[in-house]
Ligand binder design. Sequence first.
Ligand code: IMP
Length: 198
Amino acid sequence: MIKELLFASHNAGKIAEIKQMLAPFGINVKSALDMDLPDVEETGVTFAENSLLKSQTIAKATGIPCIADDSGLCVDALNGAPGVYSARYAPNRDFEKGMDKLLSEMAQSPNKSRAAHFSCVVSLAYPDGHYELFEGRVDGHIATKKMHGEEGFGYDPLFVPEGYDCSFAQMSHEAKNSMSHRGRAMQKFLAYLKTLQD
Ligand code: IMP
């Protein structure tokens, strides 16, 4: 049974979300922010590689099991870009500019598909090197123009999940989390934690 877990993230929003999800398991969650740990450079070419780079580096350095996530937007017409480079694709991390860049590159692409998906890999690394991966994906399409709402971050205003006609930015947190790539990966992780408790 896991009693203590580190979360390899400096993102205050994600940290609060994870702490809330793990509270019923009685697990003491500390983050890279709480522990003042440095950022781990994401040099991998897949979501799994980047997620594991973060969780394994910190689990080995601290001797505490560690979870990390890596996610991004993959657009068919751009051969899966921006993918693992989703954060860096936006000029100066300005996602308004990042979304404009995406729309303009899609307009120039010979592939006229608007299909896209978000992917997320949550990894759990133990200090002895053992690890588990939990993947989540949500399919949808890229809107022809931004659809801003009350919520959302990153590429949310452009992403319309399958079966909906509004963007992720126009949905409540609860509605987005119930179908999102990160929500689905986290559900698998929570199901794994439950098996450790049984
Ligand atoms: P990371 O997993 O925190 O490294 O996020 C990678 C990047 O993917 C983020 O900076 C966002 O640009 C994008 N991204 C990941 N998940 C979402 C999402 O749920 N909505 C919008 N953008 C996202």
